[in-house]
Write a protein that binds this ligand. Structure first.
Ligand SMILES: Cc1ncc(COP(=O)(O)O)c(C=O)c1O
Length: 447
């Protein structure tokens, strides 16, 4: 670790390698707004403090600049279902890097990637690859507006669909965590074209569509929510959205940026008959590199340029490196599906947390699907963003820092998920529960 003072405005050509987390953090704050390139990485959501600067990851572990190791449940907000630096993924990236990183032309790996995605999600008849989940949703909405000739989008409070203008109206996740659910800079005109309804209320959707259905291009939803923490759809809710969209001639779009390939090697399983018109994908499909995708009903592709009038493009869309990482990840998931194991580990974690919260006398709700879960400090139930907002923030802050101090790395917000990955072990879960014993007792002491 360097002990000498570092320059305030360092020469980038002479970056000292061995600085502490605190030294890197101070430097970051000089050159990057808030010290971060994505606000959710700050510690605004956990009562402040300095986020550790992370230098490497291996499997289920991540290490900071001070050499401290943490069991990682943040998983970079979801892509790392195979953990950090999985050998098959690292090898695929290295092999492609040696052959060139971007072609500006169709590349065999992106074709194979698209083939894999459409085979894994049979109702997705075509796919357009982009570089982020934000682009996937933004482009799907443009397509929906063109195909229906209508302006308005129905979305749900506290869900997050990336940071395109219209999606930052009452958004969840990092936007809610740092207190800007509706971002400054989003014009009233844009806001007017977005209706925000409570999640899990069939009545609210039916009522809105009865009044404005003929202006609605699309109903956009995370079928299992990860951005107000984990929220599960009530039985029949997604089927009701499908029926309402059909009745009013709107498209149904599932934002599966978090959920696709997380619970099975494809999209979230649905009740019979519930198929969206469009899917939006991201995170896992890129295997840790930047990737997104959207696709769906066969006829809708005719709207997209070059065949049709809806323009959408990208220098790095279908990037060969992302294709290599994504395809390698999807192939590992297909060859040895980790889903039953992840579900068992998720259940072990859930049961252990519940038991320890009971012992500590602190009311909690744990929403879980497979290896994805959120612990809310409330008596619950938690079925919507409004329910999630009732959870105790001070208790979460105390819990978070107590876990971090014991080497357990969670996303720094009560509105995010814990991700159990394919490389966590039962021993890792026990270690996590041992830390939670103390952290829950500390949270219980907070009034
Ligand atoms: C459901 C959902 N949609 C879209 C996005 C945006 O994806 P990206 O951050 O890759 O732009 C996210 C990101 O967290 C997400 O969770």
């Amino acid at each position: 670790m360097a002990t000498e003072a570092f320059p305030q405005r360092p020469n980038p050509g002479a970056v000292p390698l061995a600085l502490s987390s605190q030294e890197w953090w101070q430097r970051a704050q000089h050159v990057m707004p808030g010290g971060v390139n994505s606000p959710s990485r700050s510690f605004h959501g956990v009562g402040g403090g300095m986020p550790p600067v992370m230098v490497r990851g291996q499997g289920a572990w991540i290490e900071d600049a001070d050499g401290r190791r943490y069991l990682d449940y943040q998983a970079a907000y979801g892509p790392l279902i195979l953990g950090h630096a999985h050998p098959a993924v690292a090898a695929a990236i290295a092999a492609q890097a040696a052959e060139g990183t971007v072609m500006g032309a169709t590349h065999p790996l992106e074709v194979s990637w698209a083939e894999h995605l459409t085979a894994a999600i049979p109702q997705m008849h075509w796919v357009r690859l982009v570089s982020t989940g934000t682009e996937a949703v933004m482009s799907a909405l443009r397509l929906a507006r063109a195909a229906t000739g209508r302006p308005r989008i129905v979305k749900f409070a506290g869900l997050y669909h990336g940071h395109s203008d219209g999606m930052l109206v009452k958004a969840g996740s990092g936007a809610a965590t740092v207190g800007v659910e509706t971002s400054a800079g989003v014009t009233p005109g844009v806001q007017q074209d977005v209706a925000v309804l409570p999640y899990n209320s069939e009545a609210a959707a039916a009522d809105y569509l009865a009044r404005h259905g003929r202006e609605v291009a699309a109903v956009l939803v995370e079928p299992v929510v990860g951005n107000s923490g984990t929220l599960l759809p009530r039985p029949g809710y997604l089927a009701a959205l499908r029926q309402l969209a059909d009745r009013w001639g709107a498209l149904l779009i599932f934002d599966e940026v978090i959920t696709a390939f997380r619970f099975r090697a494809g999209a979230v399983e649905q009740e019979p008959g519930v198929v969206p018109d469009l899917y939006c994908l991201g995170k896992i499909i890129g295997g840790g590199l930047a990737a997104g995708a959207y696709g769906g009903r066969a006829d809708l592709q005719d709207w997209l340029a070059p065949a049709g009038p809806v323009y959408q493009a990208g220098t790095h869309a279908g990037n060969p490196l992302a294709a290599a990482a994504g395809l390698a990840t999807l192939q590992v998931l297909a060859a040895s599906p980790p889903y039953a194991r992840m579900d068992a580990l998720g259940a072990q974690l859930e049961a252990g947390l519940r038991e320890r919260a009971d012992r500590a006398g602190v009311p909690v709700v744990i929403n879980r699907k497979g290896g994805m879960l959120t612990l809310f400090f409330t008596a619950g139930p938690v079925d919507s963003a409004a329910d999630a907002a009732r959870a105790s923030a001070p208790r979460f802050h105390t819990f978070y820092h107590a876990m971090l101090g014991q080497g357990i790395y969670l996303a720094p917000s009560a509105l995010e998920c814990w991700f159990v990955s394919a490389v966590h072990t039962a021993e890792d879960i026990e270690r996590t529960l041992a830390a939670a014993e103390m952290a829950l007792a500390a949270a219980a002491a907070v009034r």
